[in-house]
Design a protein around this ligand. Sequence first.
Ligand code: C6P
Length: 417
Amino acid sequence: MSHVALESVFDVTAIRRDFPILDKPLPNGLPLVYLDNGATAQKPRQVIEKLVECYENYNANVHRGIHALGDRVTTELEEAREKVRTLIGADEVEEIIFTSGTTMSINLVADAWGRKFLQPGDELLLNEMEHHANLVPWQQIAHERGAVLRFIPLTADGRLDLSALDDVLTDRTKLVAVTGLSNVLGTINPIGEIAAKAHARGSLVLVDGAQSVPHGYVDVNCPQIDFLAFSGHKLYGPTGIGVLYGRRRLLEQMDPFLCGGNMIRRVRKESSDFADLPSKFEAGTLPVAQAIGLGAAIDYVQGIGFDAIAAHERQLTERAFRQLNEIPGLKIVGPGVSERGSIVSFTVEGVHPHDMAELLDRRGVAVRAGHHCTMPLHEWLQVTATTRASFAFYNTLAEVDALCEAIQYARKVFRLK
Ligand code: C6P
């Protein structure tokens, strides 16, 4: 299908009308070209209005108030939990734990599972493309428990080298922690193959879905994964809300992570009994409106459909690849277009990534520059920083062109030939 044909089928113009921020000129008067979706996605009116609806009509605490507002807000929150369950294909709604985001979800597993089940000499299998959120918690618990960190090597083009999997996966591997989609390389990882091999060795699998869930790349039963972490704010939902999915059997074996109200069944002076799932892992007051807003975000993306989203984002990425590759001195990091999602990070010879991002900003193009919370990956890439454009379904082919024109402008400022 041609670009023009797909854009007319997809109707990106109509979609953009749902996102008030996309229509607001920047302080310098230029239109916003928002290509920092990997950091956080913009919110559609439907999500913003759901938050307002909640605060204006049924603001109360959940699972506590025996009054009309408490009833209503609890129903809304539990409906949102059910939407999350459907989104990721989980069997049971009790397997969906609300957290503050991917970072907290992974810390929860590292702490509540790792502290109880890791023994000295046990192995955790990671890799160098992981975000710090899926690296540092494992380092900490490994130090504490005397466990060993092992790493799946990367191929030269930034994929996991699965030919080495049989060497690094051993009978001592207790958990493989892997991102569904790299926030820098854009690599879509073959979770099915990894999970099959890990499970055959008796290891669990945790998927960091921060970047993959917003693009529809995860179903926890196909392939089978044991834990999935993701954030609402990258899925067009509010900040402050995230999800941990865990298999019931595992969550039941784990001890609580945080303790206090809501997570108990009975408290005595000297000891307590804990609540059933999911409350056992939801101590204190939840980000209630945010969870309900996440439910609205899920309705919104499912209304568009992940197939249509993937097709449109693929076009954006392909166009970016084609045009960026024609810019002298520009080097894209990571694999070819067929093995990545809509994230494209690059370096331009003679322009520091931070200068690049600043010059792009002058043209209204918002990207991210730096190590993107992946310092070991940048060490592997042998650069201190990259510039990253990350596309969402509301981006247009014209915005890809605007990115490339702005890069050419930056090169001119630096007098590059
Ligand atoms: N990456 C980025 O610009 P939180 O902050 O908890 O919502 O998400 C953490 C996280 C975990 N894993 C991956 C793969 C991620 O990309 C992120 C967040 C943002 O790339 C902010 S550093």
